[in-house]
Design a protein. Structure first.
Length: 55
């Protein structure tokens, strides 16, 4: 899903606004966050878990 679509669906005015707020809140860009957790599984509490990590 594109950042533009996520921004629109989430009620942000523009993708630039979403990127700025995302970076301010998490300290990384949406792209860096996505690259970090791409392919990661999610634990029952919603936290990301790297592939191959024991449950």
């Amino acid at each position: 899903m594109s950042i533009e679509r996520i921004a629109s669906d989430s009620g942000f005015g523009t993708s630039a606004s979403l990127r700025q707020l995302f970076h301010r809140a998490l300290g990384v860009s949406p792209q860096a966050y996505r690259n970090t957790f791409r392919g990661a599984e999610v634990t029952p509490n919603g936290a990301p878990r790297s592939p191959g990590t024991a449950a």
